[in-house]
Design a protein around this ligand. Sequence first.
Ligand code: B12
Length: 237
Amino acid sequence: MDRLAELNEEAARHGLRVRAVFAPEELDGVPALDSGQPARTLALIGNVGSSLWPAFAASPEHGDGERDALDRWSRRIGTMIAQRLGARALFPFGGPPHHPFQRWAMRGGDLFASPVGLLVHAEYGLWHAFRFALAFAESLGDPLGDPPVRGDERSPCAMCDARSCLHACPVGAFVEGEYRVAQCVEHLVAHPQGPCVTAGCLARHACPVGRAYRYVPAQAQLHMRAFVAKLARRDSS
Ligand code: B12
């Protein structure tokens, strides 16, 4: 089995997918492997919709009462797969500084910037995220076949005149090119039983693309609560 097929199989075992693969250049800022060798391939691994939920919900991290359950699960799974495949695992959390996952994702996959800052995919819409990346010393090739041709006309947002994502936030936290984090968080804290917390970000829900991939309520709530808790900790430290 080739290395990429092996990686796909390992990821799928945990409800994860290989979301992007590319050959890093110096400007991408991908760290070297522990051996000191430069990374010749970076693969981004993540969930599409609630694909990870059954595996995560059955894990020891879920429900152990400790904080950052999904990050801890991601660290365990990412580290384990990296060890098996001789790669270095890199994570989207743990910063600042943060690894530029969104920039990396746009280098290697079929993902585009959206007006609300999240990356949009033609099938999954805004309902996907990254759990870890794996840096390999060897070339793994391109899973998408021909290198993707970049251009805004391929983005689902290019054909969307309604821009409903920008109008759905109850406190107007999204303005094209800007995300007013404080406004968003104040609203979430003031309305812990409101739809943003119980169903997930309303801007995300307003996007007409990828509705079949909307997170199950338990996952949406986990993300929103973790996000508020993280920011509350940052403010009090
Ligand atoms: C810091 C951070 C936040 C901060 C806000 C940052 C900000 N002011 O915009 C907070 C904690 C508020 C946040 C919130 C959320 N985030 Co966030 N966040 C990050 C994180 C850890 C670092 C981003 C960064 O600074 N990168 C460093 C720079 C150098 O890298 P970059 O790739 O070039 O980053 C650019 C983009 O991130 C972009 N950007 C990020 N957010 C926004 C928002 C807008 C409106 C715009 C215009 C640009 C923009 O600006 C960066 C600088 O150019 C990334 C993970 C990561 N490591 O990338 C996740 C990440 C961007 N977040 C993500 C998600 C899903 C969310 C939430 C939806 C989580 C949730 N609740 O479910 C929310 C969104 C708000 C909501 N209402 O639900 C995903 C996005 C996946 C995707 N589809 O693109 C990421 C990639 C994490 C992941 N595990 O996949 N986030």
